[in-house]
Design a protein around this ligand. Structure first.
Ligand code: CMP
Length: 138
């Protein structure tokens, strides 16, 4: 579905008290939140979620970081959701993120970069289903 994407507010942004400001930007950006929850990933679950990055040099660091604290996972709805959401959050590396984007405002580093956004419609579906059941996705 081209009208849905999946996001996580990452442990750094939750710990730094940015959940409210980030949700505000998401809503003002025209996204409807259709499912949302607080959760904390175990190392095993984070490892599974990021399995596609297993061979990358930063995989261990990524899994450690993503299981280090509470996250907020959500499914978002909007026309052209995946692409528009990636514009709203900015580049992976906050040093390269455009001014006013969520990562420009709230991210610390390429690893602790405040928020995740799916990179394709296919991954949005896979990632959303990883966290939410059919009932929650309504
Ligand atoms: P995300 O898009 O959520 O999913 C993959 C993550 O890997 C990405 O966000 C970054 O936070 C992280 N990542 C990418 N490159 C690096 C890196 N060089 N060092 C640490 N983490 C990285």
């Amino acid at each position: 579905e081209t009208n849905k994407t999946f996001t996580m507010i990452k442990p750094d942004a939750v710990a730094n008290g940015h959940i409210g400001a980030i949700l505000d930007q998401i809503i003002k950006g025209g996204f409807k939140i259709t499912a949302m929850k607080y959760t904390k990933l175990s190392q095993e679950t984070a490892g599974k979620f990021y399995e596609v990055h297993k061979e990358r040099p930063f995989y261990g660091e990524l899994v450690d970081f993503m299981s280090s604290g509470t996250i907020v996972a959500a499914i978002l709805e909007k026309d052209n959701a995946v692409e528009d959401f990636r514009k709203l959050i900015g580049a992976t590396d906050p040093a390269k993120a455009e001014k006013g984007t969520i990562r420009n405002l709230f991210a610390q580093s390429i690893g602790a970069n405040a928020i995740h956004g799916s990179d394709s419609d296919e991954n949005a579906k896979i990632e959303g289903s990883f966290f939410f059941s059919g009932l929650e996705k309504f």
